[in-house]
Design a protein around this ligand. Structure first.
Ligand SMILES: Nc1ncnc2c1ncn2[C@@H]1O[C@H](COP(=O)(O)OP(=O)(O)OP(=O)(O)O)[C@@H](O)[C@H]1O
Length: 303
């Protein structure tokens, strides 16, 4: 698995990544987010041994990437599908990868079927749409049946059917116990599939936590409560440590307390509950909360 410890990367006087430590968990889909220039691509390149950290260490399955005997069985990556040589066919591209890595060529046909490109396996890649190129890049990242898979913007160019297919594929890979890291500016897509979120801003790690945990800790997460005695319930909940707002009469917005506890406290005070609904922020709201103050701009441009 992948472990980064106090990793910093400087380009001349620019610090692209500043002292980050993180671990990619097996069986977990991690969304890797950050505004433009946050350091995501630099981090992925360092994990793949394409750039060296200025300080700190990165281990892949306990070793440096360069020291791995069969790197493609440890980590597979799709970093820039548009960079695949358009003069090749998907079969040729994947065969080159398999040959270079000493992988049996039968894997090529298996993968072509898996990513739905068997019918166009012998056509030139330059004639393909971005979505089809993405599928080739995804097939390439899986060639060594790796323990960890990293994909940079894998949803780009995919149509609705392709997005659905990729969601299922990533879910299946995680179920097989693989660690999956995906960067994407399509936050709604990440929200659909990620179990965990890592956020970088200006090279710094500003969040690394489970999606549920992040939603529960957000200022925008609350439980809306209507009851038979609003003032008494408000007082009781505050005494038990909740944060309580009254956005309109007879309605409470309760933070830092879960639904069951609110219900139990109301019951203990003989208060009837008429509404108890949890509101959770979207990943987009969470992302804005997290990054606010960390970007150079007020409006965050994720494109
Ligand atoms: N080879 C390089 N030389 C100089 N500066 C670089 C180099 N590569 C990246 N940087 C700088 O490091 C910072 C982080 O860049 P990086 O591409 O890792 O960000 P990112 O999070 O992937 O952004 P994006 O979403 O725009 O791809 C940026 O300020 C970028 O200009």
């Amino acid at each position: 698995m992948i472990q980064l410890t106090n990793v910093t990367k400087k380009f001349a006087d620019k610090t692209a990544v500043n002292n980050i430590s993180l671990y990619l968990h097996p069986g977990v889909i991690t969304g890797f987010l950050g505004p433009n220039g946050a350091g995501k691509t630099t981090t992925m390149r360092m994990i793949l041994g394409l750039a060296a950290p200025t300080s700190g260490s990165i281990s892949v399955a306990g070793k440096l990437y360069a020291a791995l005997e069969q790197p493609l069985s440890k980590i597979g990556a799709m970093v820039d599908a548009s960079a695949i040589d358009g003069r090749l066919t998907p079969r040729q591209h994947l065969t080159i990868l398999a040959t270079a890595a000493g992988i049996n060529k039968s894997r090529v046909d298996e993968l072509l079927g898996f990513v739905g490109l068997h019918k166009v396996a012998d056509k030139k890649i330059k004639e393909f749409s971005l979505g089809m190129k993405q599928r080739i890049g995804i097939a390439g990242s899986l060639i060594g049946d790796p323990e960890t898979i990293m994909m940079d913007e894998p949803f780009n160019g995919l149509d609705v059917e392709g997005i659905h297919w990729l969601r299922n594929l990533l879910g299946d890979l995680a179920k097989q116990g693989k660690a999956v890291l995906i960067s994407s500016h399509l936050l709604s897509e990440v929200q659909e599939i990620a179990d965990r979120i890592i956020v970088l801003a200006r090279g710094e790690l500003i969040a690394d936590m489970g999606m549920d945990e992040m939603q529960n800790e957000s200022f925008s997460s609350y439980v809306q409560v209507q009851s038979s005695n609003t003032p008494l319930l408000k007082k009781a909940l505050i005494e038990h440590g909740a944060g309580v707002d009254v956005p309109e009469s007879e309605i409470l917005h309760v933070r830092k307390m879960d639904i069951r506890r609110i219900g139990d406290i109301a019951f203990a005070y003989g208060i009837h509950i008429y509404e108890l609904v949890k509101y959770q922020p979207s990943l987009e709201q969470l992302f804005s909360e997290l990054v606010d103050g960390k970007t150079d701009y007020k409006g965050i441009n994720l494109n």
